[in-house]
Each structure stands twice: as structure tokens, then as C-alpha cells.
Design a protein around this ligand. Structure first.
Ligand code: GLN
Length: 247
């Protein structure tokens, strides 16, 4: 049986709006296809893992305080994460996790939380804590080769700037900055986004994009995934998309 290996980092601290549910969706969609899905956890002061042994590294979102708490530990993991990313490990990053892979996150008090600097973007929160990007969001992405509307919920003060390759175009909501055109950051093996939800429960195609990447990354002959019966997911998506885009 093919098995994909996932490292879920800081699940005990970075888990806003059900972000850990993304891992349940990955596991479910693998299991339904007879693909194994092993999920290990890593948190502050765990033994240093071999990051390159994983097909996917996942980090969820959190409040400024949690980001401060994990920041020194994350910096200790820098070399391992950079090597894994260069070896093709997929990075799936939500909100606070997204911000901390950039140069820095400057919070509302002007304190900088150093990021890993893996990517060139940086994030600055406005001085007023009331100015936040909160609400439902729809982003159109083309990462699967055809347009996909990605649904989620955003709640961030941080305004992420200098993103050269966004995840998608904002159709409803805010995105990287207040009322911005673009959302998230994307590379072949990186999805970094502000979308909570949990995001994958609302967007099975994005989950499948990552599963397909993981099972094929060292395969000689790439395989397509068997489609699953997503009738319920499609019906739920239609209700939300109609409400937000046609309302
Ligand atoms: N604390 C960060 C911000 O407010 C990230 C929030 C989040 O992960 N939802 O921008």
C-alpha cells in the first residue's frame, strides 16, 4: 500500500477555527482510496525530527501570543525545514503558519516575530487591533490546471506584502491585505493561505492536489487519484458560493 507521511507542527498551539481538521480530511481522503496516511506531531521541545522524511509538513494558524510562543522553537527547525522544502516536501501553511515562513510578522504593538525567511514576503499588522480582516472568503486558484473556487474563513490583522506568486485571486473577502486582489502564496510544493474553515473540508480538490503531489513526488509513472463521491461537499459548496458570489 502506498503511504504518505505528514508532520503536523504545533497542533497544540496553532489550531484556529478547526485547522487540525485539515489533517482529518487528508487522512479520510487517503483512507477512502486505500492510501496510507501517517501523521506525526511535533511541538515545542519535541526531539528534532528528520523533516526530509516527510511528504508534507503542515502548520496551522494562531493568535499573536501563540506565534510568539513557538517562534524560537520554529527557528531551531529552520535548517531541517529548508532542506525538506528543497527536497520537495510539500509545505501546507495556514495563516499564522503562512506568516512565519516569510521574513517577519510585525504585530499591532510593533513587535517583530522573526520568520524563517524561506520566502520573500513579510507581514505587518495595523496599530489598531480593531482593524482586522474577518469573514468568509472566496479565492479563485488555477493550481490544479483549471479554475477552482476555494472557500474559507479569514481572521487576521497581519497584512502580507511582497507576494510574487499568490495562491489565487480574491473573488470575495480580503486576502493578503485588506481588500486585496490576491490571496496566499503558492509554489509547486507550497500552499500558504489565510483560509481557515477547516479549509480542506470545504475544498476537497485542494486536498486531492496535495495527496496526488505526495504519492507521485518520487514515482516514475505519475498516478491519478480515483475520484471520491463528493456529492455532499459539492452541495454545501454551492450554497456558500451562491450566497457569497450571487448575493
Ligand atoms: N495572529 C496573526 C494575525 O492576526 C495570525 C492570525 C491567524 O492565524 N488567524 O494576523
Amino acid at each position: 500500500m502506498k503511504t504518505i507521511k505528514i508532520l503536523h507542527m504545533y497542533a497544540d498551539m496553532l489550531d484556529l477555527y478547526g485547522d487540525s481538521g485539515n489533517m482529518e480530511i487528508m487522512k479520510y481522503r487517503c483512507t477512502m482510496r486505500g492510501i496510507g496516511c501517517e501523521i506525526d506531531k511535533y511541538s515545542v521541545d519535541s526531539p528534532m525530527p528528520d523533516f526530509s522524511a516527510y511528504d508534507l509538513i503542515y502548520i496551522g494558524g494562531g493568535a499573536d501570543l501563540e506565534q510568539q510562543h513557538i517562534s524560537a522553537d520554529l527557528l531551531k527547525c529552520r535548517e531541517g525545514i529548508v532542506n525538506a522544502y528543497k527536497n520537495g516536501t510539500f509545505l501546507f501553511l495556514i495563516c499564522g503558519g503562512y506568516q512565519l515562513m516569510g521574513k517577519y510578522y510585525r504585530d499591532a504593538d510593533g513587535n517583530d516575530i522573526k520568520g524563517l525567511g524561506l520566502f520573500d514576503y513579510f507581514t505587518v499588522a495595523p496599530n489598531s487591533r480593531r482593524k482586522r480582516c474577518i469573514g468568509n472568503i472566496v479565492v479563485q486558484t488555477e493550481i490544479t490546471g483549471k479554475p477552482v473556487k476555494v472557500l474559507g474563513f479569514e481572521n487576521h490583522g497581519g497584512q502580507t506584502q511582497n507576494v510574487k506568486t499568490p495562491f489565487g485571486k480574491v473573488l470575495y473577502g480580503n486576502g493578503n491585505c485588506s481588500k486585496s486582489e490576491c490571496e496566499g502564496y503558492f509554489e509547486k510544493n507550497v500552499i500558504a493561505t489565510y483560509l481557515h474553515g477547516p479549509m480542506l473540508s470545504k475544498n476537497p480538490e485542494i486536498s486531492d492536489y496535495m495527496i496526488e503531489y505526495c504519492i507521485n513526488r518520487s514515482a516514475d509513472a505519475p498516478e491519478k487519484l480515483v475520484p471520491l463521491d463528493d456529492k455532499l461537499e459539492k452541495e454545501c459548496r454551492k450554497v456558500m458560493l451562491d450566497r457569497l458570489l450571487k448575493g
